[in-house]
Design a protein around this ligand. Structure first.
Ligand SMILES: NC(=O)c1ccc[n+]([C@@H]2O[C@H](COP(=O)([O-])OP(=O)(O)OC[C@H]3O[C@@H](n4cnc5c(N)ncnc54)[C@H](OP(=O)(O)O)[C@@H]3O)[C@@H](O)[C@H]2O)c1
Length: 254
């Protein structure tokens, strides 16, 4: 049985990955992971291939173990893994609690590593792993300091893992979108401190996912869907980091 595992499939970017991968019609099942079971059921009703609903909190060991035992039981061939579950918080060190920071680190860093390690024994040549990072991973972001650091972790992990898996013919792509609208991310990230005022030129899940899948299938190490993300990727390599941070400090106040 050939499957795709998509975490964060109850909303936004993850849900769009599930939709577009299902539409290929080449896989037998999508395994959709998130906490809100009703949202996963809604998704399942709209897809043309069977969906296994996995209502798991990936910040908890119990959630990870649920996926582990399903894999052991069903012994599928994992053709695609998309780690899209994640969240961010906007605000400085006074606005974001220790507990929220810890949860961000567990969901954005620990969970994708756990899920990837669980899925790898079930992956063969020509399988694909897409780690949903962010352009936030390209530079430090005051007022989103923990979130940006988690995405830098995921980006570095993805790029190194890619080399470790080359001899197995498994492609790892770090997907780094700039702001994306039509998801729950921005609303959940806002803490009311208005430290980031605008989200100009935000992309849509439909376009971002289409580009990310195209990039992964062509073997890309990093996918920066959209012009702004691509420009940010280049500029953060060329400019001194302090200047890049100062640029963000200016932009977020506009
Ligand atoms: N939107 C943007 O501007 C943007 C930009 C760059 C990168 N990204 C990244 O893209 C990814 C998807 O974000 P999105 O924009 O699609 O946001 P979203 O609409 O809020 O989706 C987040 C997903 O993560 C799941 N999730 C949250 N906590 C979880 C937990 N503890 N265990 C399991 N699943 C959990 C949510 O489902 P449940 O609540 O049902 O669990 C939901 O399906 C994230 O990693 C985000 O960092 C987003």
């Amino acid at each position: 049985m050939k499957i795709a595992i998509v975490t964060g499939a109850s909303s936004g970017i993850g849900r769009e990955f599930a939709r577009q991968i299902a539409a290929w019609g080449t896989l037998d099942e999508i395994w959709a992971v998130a906490r809100r079971e009703n949202r996963l059921q809604e998704l399942a009703r709209t897809l043309k291939i069977p969906v296994k609903i996995i209502p798991a909190d990936l910040t908890r060991e119990k959630g990870i173990e649920m996926l582990e035992s399903l894999l052991k039981q069903e012994q599928p061939q994992v053709k695609i893994l998309v780690n899209a579950a994640g969240f961010g918080k906007i605000g400085d060190y006074k606005n974001i609690s220790r507990l929220e920071s810890g949860k961000m680190i567990r969901l954005n860093c620990q969970a994708p590593v756990d899920v990837t390690m669980l899925a790898l024994p079930y992956m063969r040549k020509d399988s694909h792993i897409l780690q949903i990072c962010s352009t936030a991973g390209f530079q430090p972001l005051p007022e989103m300091s923990v979130y940006a650091a988690t995405k830098a972790f995921l980006l570095r992990y993805s790029r190194a893992l890619r080399w470790e898996l080359m001899n197995r013919g498994i492609v790892v792509t770090a997907v780094c979108p700039y702001w994306v609208r039509q998801t729950e991310f921005i609303q959940k990230a806002s803490t009311g401190s208005h430290s980031v005022r605008h989200f100009p030129l935000a992309g849509t899940p439909e376009k971002i996912v289409r580009q990310a899948l195209r990039d992964s299938l062509s073997g890309a190490a990093v996918s920066t869907p959209g012009l702004v993300g691509t420009a940010q990727r280049i500029l953060t390599k060329l400019l001194p980091e302090e200047l890049v941070i100062a640029g963000w400090e200016l932009l977020r106040r506009l």
